[in-house]
Design a protein. Structure first.
Length: 197
């Protein structure tokens, strides 16, 4: 039984989502901020699932601990799925959320069709490097013309949720966790975990 689990992220917003959605699982959750000496791997996978597996296996081998990694991002239909796996680096390797948003809105300024989706892939690897679970989740929406709301992170301020009927930047964490791509993926994972008890 896993007693300690590393979430392969330094993003505090993402970490809070994991902790909230996994609170029923009796496991101590740590994150990469607890291991500042470990360098990041090169994310060169062509899909979210490939990057999630790459990161989970890398950090598991480096830390000797079970690890869960996600790769997630925004896919815009009019841009043939971009930003996609480059969502966090859309405006450059060290781009801020705002820089990514600004570039995306610029690239979409003449587009009428603004269908988009958030996609998340999760991979869990044990301390020996064995893949235990791989799941995914999708959140459908529309790309807004300008930021809306003060909540969330990443592309949340410019994402209109067709399930919530509001901007993701307006949604509370509880509302977001019910419909988000990561929320759906983590719930699939929790259900698989529960079956193994």
């Amino acid at each position: 039984m896993i007693k300690e689990l590393v979430i392969a992220t330094k993003n505090q917003g993402k970490l809070l989502e994991f902790k909230e959605l996994m609170k029923e699982i009796p496991v101590e959750i740590k994150c990469l901020a607890d291991f500042p000496e470990v360098e990041e791997p090169v994310e060169n996978g062509r899909t979210f699932a490939a990057n999630a597996r790459l990161k989970a296996m890398y950090y598991s081998s480096k830390l000797g601990l079970p690890c869960i990694a996600d790769d997630s991002g925004l896919e815009v239909q009019a841009l043939e799925g971009a930003p996609g796996v480059r969502s966090a680096r859309y405006a450059g390797e060290k781009a801020t959320d705002q820089e990514n948003i600004d570039l995306l809105l610029y690239n979409m300024k003449f587009q009428v069709k603004r269908v988009c989706r958030f996609r998340c892939a999760l991979c869990v690897v044990d301390e020996k490097g064995k893949v235990l679970h791989e799941v995914d989740g999708i959140c459908e929406g529309m790309l807004l013309h300008e930021p809306l709301g003060e909540l969330g992170f990443g592309y949340d301020p410019i994402f209109w949720s067709t399930e919530l009927h509001k901007g993701m930047g307006e949604a509370t964490m509880q509302e977001k966790n019910k419909i988000s791509h990561r929320g759906k993926a983590i719930r699939k994972l929790v259900a698989l975990w529960s079956k193994k008890k």
